[in-house]
Structures are given as structure tokens and as C-alpha cells.
Design a protein around this ligand. Structure first.
Ligand SMILES: NC(=O)C1=CN([C@@H]2O[C@H](COP(=O)(O)OP(=O)(O)OC[C@H]3O[C@@H](n4cnc5c(N)ncnc54)[C@H](O)[C@@H]3O)[C@@H](O)[C@H]2O)C=CC1
Length: 548
């Protein structure tokens, strides 16, 4: 999830993360895979030059997917359906509505009914996707109105891209405006056709729903950078271990994904697009499966960790300290995903609030946000003795010890947690480099970690900590945290204040806090002389998701 600003917030990391050209049809044989590259042999030299360099992917057999959306499969199934006299209309919209209404796994009776309903429609033999009302005979019990499929747009006379990456991007562009409906359709198909997979997902799919599309967009955006894409997918594969994802789950997901794309990328879908997606998905699966298998050799899928301390710093912010049941190696500046016993299969990201400690304890700063189930539970419900689960550490907002540059660190609100960890790591490393911390909050009462930061400043002459409040000081009031005699906080938004203290060209930037702060601080730091590749922060996409 962590990135430098150079890659626009789409990073290698957990959700962070994540054969040959004919791998899809060959079942994932080993060879040099090209990222989204076309298998066609008739590309021109210029086209070949534009293709991304092939990446060596370790070989491991992957079951090829059988795309239910493919014309060929639809035809074959329809013919079989006609032979057996099956009604076979696919009421995806109703299935989707039922999944929305009943988030838990269907009973076996429901499964049977849903599977019956999910048979492809013989009408698809002509390639047309049914849009009108479903036949009454196939209709399930009344359900909320389904999301309508997009009205068929007139087919534009645009030349079809020849590369796989071009075909894939074109599909995603068409689907993006209707991504909600497409992903709802995707999950409906997945749970109706493979009900056993339902238990891998949280009971409420609200925040889960758009993740797959976001991951696809990220992969498509990174398609021209094979190394970063490979890191991203490997991280995704490792991160999926904690969900219980197995290699045999991938073909089911691929089939339903292509089924959803077939329906919602109606204008741009073609045999070539489908072939490109099958190749890309097979390759994505291969990398994720291989990364998970590699990871299995050296790390558990998750760590159990017992809460050993819970300290309320404000009514909405707590410092939670846990003891993992096995050694948990990580670096200051990284983050992990955490699942509480109260919201099974709902994982949220938290940064480590200290550098690795000799006693093996980990701490997190957690702010309860409205509708933030995990955060609210951790702040208001968790107590010593409770056991949470941790995913693997991830992120690259770590200190670069190969340079003597100073560190300019901005921590907004609970974003101060990883900044404190970075300061501790610099201190432990023993080589003094100037570290300038700007710690921002709404009022000085919200500077809940002020004592710790001031303690660090008093011990380390190379460290300077300035406080900034954006909504006015509480100094002098009963809520003030500022000790008598201490400089009052600077007033304003964190990035504006930092800009004012520049130039910062001799520093590397480390940004942690709300997504809006990071965006605006990126501008401020670039304007103050720090090139983008020397500014580190966690993925904006992941931070936006975490704030939801
Ligand atoms: N690794 C990371 O980047 C981490 C990020 N976070 C995120 O930090 C956030 C903390 O939330 P709160 O404590 O409520 O912080 P907050 O909303 O109170 O903001 C703290 C300070 O950041 C600055 N800020 C906020 N929005 C800004 C904007 N749009 N433009 C310029 N400056 C802005 C202001 O100076 C403000 O006082 C959460 O969204 C959390 O997910 C938390 C921990 C680690």
C-alpha cells in the first residue's frame, strides 16, 4: 500500500500488491509471460517495441478458466440446454438482489434453486444478452429492484486495439461508470454458482464490493510497468492467504469476472477482448498463487495477537498494544491488516506506532470513525485478553538508510503513529540525521501523542517537533494539552505551514495522515524542492478505502 509519489499512489503492497502467452489455454505452462501482451505473432516491429518487456514468472500449474461469458461456451451450454430442455434463463439481476438482501451463505435449497436459475440463457446463442424482464417461470421470490444494465450504446466505429493492454483498458473504461452494477453482478454470479466461496467474504459486502474493480484498475494502470505490477500482484497473492483463498478458487472468480465484463462492456467486448482478458487473468492468478505458495514456506497466513494494553487518549482515540503469538518481523513505517473477533472477515489497515521492540509487542493508534466497525470496536470494545488477527506487514514508507538526507515528516491526526515509529528507527540506527516532524491536529486537545513526541525531542538533538492546529487552539481551556511554557502550536493546515518553512530540497518527505492532507502535502513538498521519487506515503487508494 505504500508508495513514493512517483507512482501516483498505486503501489506495491497488500492490496497492497498483487507461462507463455498461451498460458490460458495451455493450463499455465511455464515460460516467459508478457504482461497483457498479445499472443499474435503478426505484430510489427514498432508494436513489439511498444510492448512491455517480458517478465520471468515462476512456473506453477494453474487451472485455466472457463469464461462463462464466452460466446463459445454460451453456445455450447445453450445447445446442451436445448437438448435437455432446460429453461436456463440467467436471472442475474434477481440473484444479485438476493445476494444484497441475504449476505450470508445460501442454504442448500437456496443453492439448488439459485444454481438452477443461473444456467445460461439459450437466447445467448446469438450473442445477444437478455435485457428485458426475466420469464415469470424463472423468477425468484420478490426482491428489491435490480440495478439496471446499461442501455446499449450505439457501437462506435473505433479501431479495435491490437495489444492485450489496449483491449483491457478499453473494457475497463466502458465498465468504470457502471462498476457498481458490474461488481454486484459479479458477486451475484460468484455466490450463486460457487456458494462455498461465500464464507470467504464478510457478512456485509458494502466495503468489499468495489475492491475487485479497484484492484483490476490498479493492475491495468500498472500494465506497462511489469516489475511494479508483479510486486503488486505478489503482495495481493500473499495478502489473500489470510482470507483462506486457495488456487482452486481462482478459476471460479475468473469465470464470473469475465461473465460480468461480457455483460457490462457490451460495446467494446469482442473475441479479441475476451482472449486478452483470459490471458491476463490467467497470468494474474499465476503470480498471486505463486507468491502465496512462496510465502507459505516462511510465514503464517495470519498471526493471532492478544491485546495486552488499551489506553484511551481521547474519547475517540485509543492506543492498542498487542502481543503476537509468533515472531512478527516488520519495519517502522509499514502497516498491517487487522481483523477483530466482532467483525469476522472484515480487515482494516493500521500503521505500526513504534519501531520493532525487543519485547515483541506491537501498538496501533486507532480513531473510531462513524460506520468504522473495526476501528470503533478497537476503541470502544477491545480490552486486554481479547485476541485479534494480524495479516502480514506491508508497505514501503520505510527509512532509506543509504542516504544522509534529512527526513521531513508530516503526521496528521493518527497519522503521527508511523512517523513516531520512523523517528525511533532513526534513533536506533545511530547515525544522526536531521529529522523535522510537523504534527498536525484539529486542536491541541487532539494532539493526543504530544507527550511522546516531546519526550523523543528532548532525548534527540537532531529531532525537531512542531505542532500545528487547523481549527484553533484549545490552549488555556480545560481541554488544553500544552504544558505551561511550551511554544503554542502553529495555526493552519499542515501542508501550508510546512511550505512556509521550506525550502526542503535537502530532505526526503514522509507523509502520513488523511488522504486530503497527503494530496495537498505532495504539492507543497514538490513546490518546496523535493522531487516526487523522494516523497513516500501509503497508497492513496488504500487510505481512501480505510477512511470509508
Ligand atoms: N500511513 C498513513 O498514511 C496513515 C494514515 N492515517 C489516516 O489519517 C487519518 C487521521 O484522521 P484524523 O486523526 O481524523 O485526522 P484529521 O482529519 O483531524 O486531520 C489531521 C490534520 O491533517 C491536516 N489535514 C486534514 N485534511 C486536510 C486536507 N484536506 N488538506 C490539508 N490538510 C489536511 C490538518 O492539518 C488536520 O489538522 C485517517 O484518515 C487515517 O486513515 C492514519 C495512520 C497512518
Amino acid at each position: 500500500m505504500t508508495t513514493t509519489s512517483a507512482d501516483n499512489g498505486t503501489s506495491a503492497g497488500d492490496g497492497s500488491g498483487r507461462g507463455s502467452d498461451s498460458g490460458a489455454s495451455s493450463g499455465g505452462e511455464s515460460g516467459a509471460w508478457s504482461w497483457f501482451s498479445s499472443p499474435r505473432k503478426d505484430t510489427t516491429a514498432a508494436e513489439r517495441e511498444r510492448e512491455p518487456a517480458p517478465v520471468e514468472i515462476p512456473s506453477r500449474a494453474v487451472t485455466p478458466i472457463r469464461p462463462v461469458g464466452s460466446g463459445a461456451v454460451r453456445r455450447a451450454t445453450a445447445e446442451a440446454g436445448a437438448e435437455t430442455g432446460g429453461d436456463a434463463a440467467y436471472p442475474a439481476a434477481q440473484a444479485e438482489a438476493r445476494v444484497r438482501a441475504e449476505p450470508s451463505a445460501p442454504t442448500s435449497e437456496e443453492h439448488q434453486r439459485a444454481t438452477d436459475e443461473a444456467r445460461p440463457d439459450p437466447a445467448w446463442t446469438d450473442g445477444a444478452i437478455p435485457r428485458g424482464p426475466e420469464p415469470a417461470a424463472a423468477a425468484p421470490p420478490p426482491a428489491p429492484a435490480p440495478a439496471p444494465a446499461p442501455a446499449p450504446a450505439p457501437r462506435a466505429e473505433v479501431r479495435e486495439p491490437t495489444s492485450d493492454s489496449g483491449l483491457i483498458r478499453r473494457t475497463l473504461e466502458e465498465v468504470e461508470p457502471v462498476a457498481d452494477s458490474a461488481t454486484a453482478y459479479f458477486y451475484a454470479m460468484l455466490f450463486v454458482q460457487h456458494p462455498h466461496l461465500r464464507e470467504l467474504f464478510p457478512a456485509s459486502m458494502d466495503t468489499q464490493r468495489d475492491r475487485i474493480f479497484r484492484a483490476l484498475l490498479t493492475a491495468a494502470r500498472l500494465a506497462d510497468d511489469p516489475v511494479v505490477l508483479s510486486e503488486y500482484l505478489s503482495g495481493l497473492g500473499r495478502g489473500h492467504r489470510k482470507y483462506g483463498t486457495l488456487p482452486e478458487h481462482y478459476p471460479a472468480v475468473g469465470e464470473c469476472l469475465i461473465g460480468a465484463l461480457t455483460r457490462y462492456a457490451e460495446t467494446t467486448w469482442s473475441q479479441a477482448a475476451e482472449d486478452a482478458w483470459v490471458r491476463a487473468y490467467t497470468m494474474i492468478s499465476q503470480i498471486m498463487i505463486d507468491a502465496a505458495a512462496e510465502d507459505e514456506k516462511r510465514a503464517p497466513a495470519w498471526w493471532n495477537a492478544e491485546v495486552v494494553a488499551h489506553e484511551a487518549r481521547t474519547p475517540g482515540v485509543a492506543v492498542v498494544t498487542v502481543r503476537p503469538d509468533q515472531p512478527y518481523p516488520y519495519r517502522a513505517g509499514q502497516h498491517t491488516s487487522l481483523e477483530t473477533p466482532w467483525w469476522p472477515r472484515v480487515w482494516r489497515h493500521y500503521s505500526f506506532a513504534s519501531a520493532p521492540r525487543s519485547d515483541g509487542l506491537l501498538s496501533f493508534h486507532v480513531k473510531a470513525v462513524p460506520a468504522g466497525w473495526v476501528s470503533s470496536s478497537l476503541v470502544h470494545r477491545a480490552r486486554p485478553g481479547d485476541v485479534v488477527r494480524l495479516g502480514p506487514p506491508t508497505g514501503s514508507m520505510t527509512v532509506d538508510h543509504t542516504t544522509d538526507s534529512g527526513l521531513l515528516c508530516l503526521g496528521g491526526g493518527t497519522g503521527i503513529a508511523p512517523i513516531k515509529a520512523l523517528v525511533e528507527e532513526v534513533a536506533e540506527h545511530g547515525r544522526s540525521r536531521p529529522v523535522e516532524v510537523f504534527y498536525g491536529a484539529r486542536s491541541d486537545y487532539d494532539l493526543y501523542d504530544l507527550d511522546t513526541m516531546m519526550g523523543l525531542q528532548s532525548r534527540h538533538p537532531w529531532l525537531s517537533v512542531r505542532t500545528v492546529v487547523s481549527e484553533g487552539p484549545a490552549r488555556g481551556s480545560a481541554h488544553s494539552r500544552m504544558p505551561a511554557g511550551m511554544e503554542p502550536p502553529l495555526a493552519g493546515q499542515l501542508p501550508d505551514i510546512v511550505r512556509h518553512y521550506g525550502p526542503w530540497s535537502a530532505y526526503d518527505g514522509y507523509l502520513s495522515g488523511p488522504p486530503g492532507m497527503i494530496r495537498s502535502a505532495l504539492d507543497a513538498l514538490r513546490g518546496s524542492g523535493i522531487p516526487p521519487h523522494r516523497i513516500r506515503h501509503d497508497s492513496l487508494e488504500a487510505l481512501v478505502a480505510a477512511a470509508e
